[in-house]
Design a protein around this ligand. Structure first.
Ligand SMILES: Nc1nc2c(ncn2[C@@H]2O[C@H](COP(=O)(O)OP(=O)(O)OP(=O)(O)O)[C@@H](O)[C@H]2O)c(=O)[nH]1
Length: 132
């Protein structure tokens, strides 16, 4: 079985312009998924920016007031590290990808880290579409 290579966005996974969940509509396993649910079921395994194959993708948003620990939670989950004592407030929005295996299914989580400061609210709200 041949494996398709997804179109990569230029640069690292930190580019907020990329929207990997768009452009891939449900096929194959997608019969039960509503297109607006944000679920992405590729008909064949796709490849993430980190080079890992995955079967299904979810868009996850981290939202909350500034300083509650959204960025730390993401870094801890993605890299296993905790940034103690260094509070650099997020500017705008950022995202990281993580591929996990759950019940033998490769799940890609595209986790968006939003800025909690009020002045970025209009920017971050624009990215809520299709999120979980
Ligand atoms: N003690 C403790 N401190 C934490 C924890 N999580 C985050 N912090 C601290 O809280 C501060 C803010 O964390 P961030 O993750 O940057 O906060 P944020 O919600 O992303 O903030 P914005 O980017 O402004 O929206 C940092 O100084 C962290 O070190 C935690 O679980 N325990």
């Amino acid at each position: 079985m041949s494996r398709k290579k997804a179109v990569k966005s230029k640069g690292s996974s930190k580019s907020p312009k990329a929207s990997p969940s768009s452009g891939r509509t449900g096929k194959g396993l997608a019969a039960a998924a509503a297109p607006s649910s944000g679920l992405v079921y590729p008909s064949r395994p796709s490849i993430s920016n980190s080079g890992e194959f995955y079967d299904i993708a979810f868009k996850v948003m981290l939202v909350g007031d500034s300083g509650v620990g959204k960025t730390c939670l993401l870094v801890r989950f993605k890299d296993g590290a905790f940034l103690a004592g260094s509070f650099i407030s997020t500017v705008g929005i950022d995202f990281r990808n993580k591929v996990m295996t759950i019940d033998a299914v490769k799940v890609k989580l595209q986790i968006w880290d939003t800025a909690g400061q009020e002045r970025f609210r209009s920017v971050t709200h624009a990215y809520y579409r299709d999120a979980h």
